[in-house]
Ligand binder design. Structure first.
Ligand SMILES: [Fe+2]
Length: 278
């Protein structure tokens, strides 16, 4: 597909764009990569349709942007230990129903993730994304200056506390808990490419703003979580088989909408290594 064929079509005013005119089975040339990279930073989440790709194409796209990383808790595609399988069945209901940024329990949370739909339900099962730039820009100047310089604790054990309550889960996940003690991140991070500021806390993993007394931290975080989830900061994507979503994990939250269960859904995800927020 020639470079001139690529085009980007925003799906809301603040976040999300559909990419047309690209076939991800073809190698990504330098110019195409540059356009995709710039579009990812600008639109924060890119959507692709009708991409009948192999796992190797999925990996090649991820590797153009960085090093794929394994997840401590999810199963993988056979023969591809860097591609996680996120599968919902009648016996295995969806576990996460909370807005979050992926893996902020790590000192270097991912740059982004590339999620590909293999099996989609007939109805429902959309995913939503929210812009951390729009959330930051949407705060008052007073609140922005109050938050500058604060740090928050992010916890794997907190994020997976419901899973950990299941029989046998504590034994299975103990190594992951021990390998991922809570970490601190700035409440306001600066995007390493665009320089834009992002409100970097999330309801799933963020537990405490460490410079504040506990009650004040709880109240401020409750306000920020609700603010981040303002519908006008979000976009919503309806999956079809061979749809792909590629989000910038440095500037977004996302959440599944679990209105399809007990129908089946199977997604495959590659997560790309990121840098320490600052
Ligand atoms: Fe996620």
């Amino acid at each position: 597909m020639p470079l001139a064929g690529i085009s980007f079509h925003p799906i809301s005013a603040r976040i999300g764009a559909e990419v047309r005119g690209i076939d991800l089975r073809n190698p990504l040339d330098a110019a195409t990569f540059e356009r995709l990279h710039a579009a990812l930073v600008e639109h924060q989440v890119l959507f692709f349709r009708d991409q009948d790709i192999e796992p190797a194409h999925h990996l090649a796209l991820a590797r153009a942007f960085g090093e794929p990383v394994a997840h401590p808790a999810y199963p993988t595609v056979e023969g591809f230990d860097l591609i996680n399988v996120l599968e919902v069945t009648p016996e295995a209901p969806p576990k996460i129903d909370t807005w979050h940024t992926d893996m902020t329990f790590q000192a270097r949370p991912p740059l982004g993730s590339i999620l590909r739909a293999k099996v989609v339900p007939d109805r429902g099962g959309d995913t939503m994304w929210a812009s951390l730039f729009a959330a930051w820009d949407g705060l008052s100047a007073r609140m922005r200056s109050y938050l500058e310089g604060l740090r928050a604790s992010h916890s794997f054990a907190h994020g997976f506390r419901h899973t950990l309550a299941e029989p046998g889960a504590m034994e299975r996940l103990r190594p992951a808990i021990e390998a991922n003690p809570p970490v601190l991140h700035p409440v306001v991070r600066t995007h390493p490419v665009s320089g834009r500021k992002a409100l970097f806390v999330n309801r799933l993993f963020t537990t405490r703003i460490v410079e504040l007394p506990e009650a004040e931290s709880d109240a401020v975080l409750a306000f920020l979580f609700e603010h981040l989830e303002t519908p006008e900061f979000t976009c919503r994507f309806q999956w079809a088989s061979n749809s792909i979503a590629f989000w910038d994990n440095r500037s977004t939250l996302h959440r599944p909408v679990n209105d399809f269960w007990p129908a089946n859904r199977k997604l495959e995800r590659i997560t790309i290594a990121g840098d320490a927020p600052r």
